[in-house]
Design a protein around this ligand. Structure first.
Ligand code: FES
Length: 114
């Protein structure tokens, strides 16, 4: 079972089955990855950076590529969490600032706890 480590304004670690998306893994462990469109590849709020394991992931599609163009601070290791499928290897994921911000917009009650 691959282990995913998320780094954002906190850090989270979770073991998941191959085939789940990075966004689903984030939701399992509570990592703060935004998902304004509900994982439909229609926004860019699930933008993450894959610091380790990028070459073990599914190919980026044209649709994902187009959506990533809408994101801020895009890097070669950028992916959309809802379109990125976990393979057989561990991943280190850094959550983009815009994604963390989107998550708090989606969970305003959590912002008040800070
Ligand atoms: S949640 Fe909207 S593109 Fe991933």
């Amino acid at each position: 079972m691959p282990t995913l480590r998320f780094l954002g304004d906190e850090s989270w670690t979770v073991d998941v089955e191959e085939g789940v998306t990075v966004l689903e893994a984030a939701e399992i462990c509570g990592a703060r990855v935004g998902s304004s469109c509900g994982g439909q590849c229609a926004c860019s709020t699930c933008h993450v950076y894959v610091a380790k394991g990028l070459d073990t992931l599914n190919e980026i599609t044209e649709q994902e590529d187009e959506r990533l163009d809408m994101a801020f601070d895009v890097k070669p290791e950028s992916r959309l969490g809802c379109q990125t499928v976990v393979g057989h290897q561990d991943l280190d994921i850094t959550i983009s600032e815009e994604s963390t911000k989107a998550w708090y917009d989606e969970h305003p009650e959590e912002r008040n706890k800070q």
